[in-house]
Design a protein around this ligand. Structure first.
Ligand code: NAD
Length: 432
């Protein structure tokens, strides 16, 4: 597979010449400026959006199982809240840093805006390797982190969600710790919870479902019926497997799927339900394959649609020339480096960006929040119907910018997002 240019697997890209790694915040600022250059927008607002509103840094002490006390550093970067409360994931990963949280928080602002959700962007986490913690240690870490952040989060202020290294159980602890201290059950403080305590049906499947919906819309735009369209998908986890199975159900031919060990390849089409997802049986894709190819070879298969849905920075200046797909739908966050993106654009490969394609996750998080604050639970059918409507609306908005300007799909999505955020700033004005 393409070697990642940095240890970050989500959010760090390379510079256009591919030499120095570029931090998430630098990439996010450059993309913002690119969109701003295409719009009539007050430069003071753009300058403001290059910086987070607030970054909270906290020290989180926990008692380890051996009785010693260890300190960890946690962050919550709140980028912009002009359209509503901050929203974004909390990750537990050794590389978590202030800058990474700021950059990823900016992307959440655009992702929420492109979906027209009434949220702003945030990201946070703790610099820790969760694999080195016992369940009890992870629970103590999470509860103490919730306490350290308690003053700055809340259902109308900032609503965390799972991200790398965190999951529904982490969100349950966070919600419980917050609620205990506030003296009442406040389900809407986090999303991505287990359904039994206010999580939404369909949340887990949602990013993969939005990838599948957007793939179908992109194929329709380029006059390709899904029937007969060939698709290769890197990663068979929450995003990759759900996207693969839906596209398979809707008539596409899935010719390759992969996990960290390699890819299963069958030009006649894979029975996606016969292959266990990462959740069902971790890293077992190649055990079920007659023909195995490498992850790097998967990225350059001659297919109609390529869906990188595992890691960041896999399409780079080293392999972008060899990508043979006509359409790339970004299932993972940041799978295409800036240099790779420029090459694909030059070659006329259409890239549907992550902030649109995998935004089903945050959209169903929004549905979860609505259900929590209204004390109602929606059916799975309703969640899926409303998700489809939101994806169609976002696609239509991005498509109209794509048709109206000489831009890539990524640039069109940024233009939509920045126009909405910029107009909201204009309307509210600068106080005092
Ligand atoms: P996951 O852990 O469920 O699955 C990851 C898959 O990628 C697994 O099949 C794993 O084997 C495979 N993988 C790991 N390393 C690999 C490698 N080096 N080469 C090829 N495959 C490899 O993860 P996920 O939740 O599906 O997330 C995948 C991507 O989608 C990440 O970039 C994530 O940030 C992004 N994303 C996830 C969500 C979500 O809610 N799950 C939402 C939006 C974006």
């Amino acid at each position: 597979m393409a070697s990642s240019s940095s240890s970050h697997d989500d959010g760090t890209e390379t510079t256009p010449d591919g030499s120095e790694p570029e931090s998430a915040v630098e990439t996010a600022r450059r993309q913002l400026q690119g969109a701003a250059d295409r719009l009539e927008i007050d430069p003071n607002i753009v300058e403001r959006l290059k910086h987070p509103t607030k970054v909270h840094e906290v020290t989180v002490p926990i008692e380890r199982d051996d009785g010693t006390v260890e300190l960890f550093t946690g962050y919550r970067a709140q980028h912009d809240s002009v359209r509503g409360p901050y929203k974004g994931g909390l990750r537990y990963h050794p590389d978590v840093s202030r800058d990474e949280c700021v950059g990823l928080g900016m992307w959440m602002t655009w992702k929420c805006a492109v979906m027209d959700l009434p949220f702003g962007g945030a990201k946070g986490g703790i610099a820790v390797d969760p694999k080195e913690l016992s369940d009890g240690e992870t629970e103590r870490l999470t509860r103490r982190f919730a306490e350290e952040l308690r003053e700055v989060i809340g259902p109308t202020v900032d609503i965390p969600a799972p991200d790398m290294g965190t999951d529904p159980r982490t969100m349950a602890w966070l919600m419980d710790a917050y609620s205990m201290q506030e003296g009442e059950t406040i389900a809407g403080v986090v999303t991505g919870k287990p359904p039994v305590i206010g999580g939404s049906e369909g949340r887990e499947e949602a990013p993969g479902r939005s990838v599948a919906i957007v793939t179908e819309l992109a194929c329709e735009y380029y006059d390709r019926p899904l029937e007969g369209t060939t698709v290769a998908i890197q990663g068979y986890g929450s995003v990759g497997a759900n996207a693969a199975r839906l596209l398979d159900d809707w008539g596409a031919t899935i010719v390759a799927v992969s996990d960290v060990n390699g890819a299963m390849y069958d030009p006649d089409g894979i029975d996606t339900r016969a292959v266990p997802s990462h959740d069902e049986e971790p890293e077992a894709v190649t055990d079920h394959a007659d023909t195995v190819i490498g992850n790097e070879a998967l990225l350059t298969l001659d297919v109609d649609v390529l869906v990188p849905a595992a890691l960041g920075n896999v399409i780079t200046e080293e392999n972008a020339d060899a990508v043979a797909a006509d359409i790339v739908v970004e299932g993972a966050n940041g799978p295409t480096t800036s240099a790779g993106d420029a090459i694909l654009a030059d070659r006329g490969v259409q890239v549907i960006p992550d902030i649109l394609a995998n935004a089903g996750g945050v959209t169903v998080s929004y549905f979860e929040w609505l259900q929590d604050i209204n004390r109602r639970a929606w059916s799975l059918e309703r969640v899926n119907e409303e998700l489809e409507a939101e994806m169609n609306a976002a696609w239509a908005a991005v498509r109209s910018e794509f048709d109206a300007r000489e831009v890539t799909w990524r640039e069109a999505a940024y233009v939509v997002a920045l126009s909405r955020v910029g107009e909201a700033h204009e309307a509210r004005g600068l106080w005092p």
